[in-house]
Design a protein around this ligand. Structure first.
Ligand code: CA
Length: 228
């Protein structure tokens, strides 16, 4: 298996295929795309994907039929299938799951939700493949062991600083407002003054530079903080 989980994306609408493919790639997946059922069936055998994101409404062989075929073959049965569909009625939902789809997302879906569903299916079949280790330049964060190293030196971070760093490392370059960081790191139900964010970012900076190296965090005036 390759280092990155491979997603087979089956979607006939070019614009949707582009957007999804782009998002999956930026989440670190290898992406193979098919525009119809025939192509999808060929690629399932040739590429042995780790997960299939499958549109229901396709020209030629329907998504439902593809799903049925994949789930009836012993070599491909264990590949999780996430169905996409504009149909939202309960009866269709049940039909989708009866054909063996592992999960089901109704269009219009949020890309973030879809990514979360893809990850959760992969976590089930390939636990080591999903986001356990994040890297940014010489910083490595292991979310399973809660270890952080910079240039191979182990760093000591408090739990809040660890969660802050994880958030930054998930999306390097993204500017996070203090509000967004409060939501992500402290949880929206807890009242914390936004200056608390500044205090912990300060601690994180200190911890990251304890063995030298440049401060990788950027303060964006009037906006918040970013990594890189
Ligand atoms: Ca379609």
């Amino acid at each position: 298996m390759s280092e990155h989980p491979k997603v087979l994306l089956v979607e006939d609408e070019p614009a949707q295929r582009e957007v999804l493919s782009y998002n999956l790639k930026s989440e670190g997946f290898d992406v193979v795309t098919a525009a119809d059922g025939e192509e999808a069936m060929l690629l399932v055998d040739e590429e042995t994907p780790d997960i299939i994101v499958l549109d229901w409404m396709l020209p030629g062989i329907s998504g439902i039929e593809i799903c049925r075929r994949i789930k009836s073959k012993s070599q491909t049965r264990s590949i999780p299938i996430l169905m996409l569909s504009a149909r939202s009625e309960e009866v269709d939902r049940v039909r989708g799951l009866e054909t063996g789809a592992d999960d089901y997302v109704v269009k219009p879906y949020s890309v973030l939700e879809l990514m979360a569903r893809v990850r959760s299916q992969l976590r089930r079949v390939r636990p080591s493949s999903v986001g356990q280790r994040l890297e940014y330049q010489d910083i490595v964060l292991d979310s399973e062991t809660h270890r952080v190293t910079r240039n191979d030196n182990a760093l000591k971070l408090g739990p809040t600083e660890f969660r802050l760093l994880s958030t930054f490392m998930e999306k390097p370059g993204r500017v996070w407002s203090r509000e967004q960081l409060l939501d992500r790191v402290w949880g929206r139900d807890i009242y914390v003054d936004s200056r608390t964010v500044d205090v912990h970012v300060g601690r994180l900076r200190k911890a990251l530079c304890v063995y030298g190296g440049e401060d990788p965090l950027r303060t964006v005036r009037g906006a918040g903080y970013a990594l890189g």
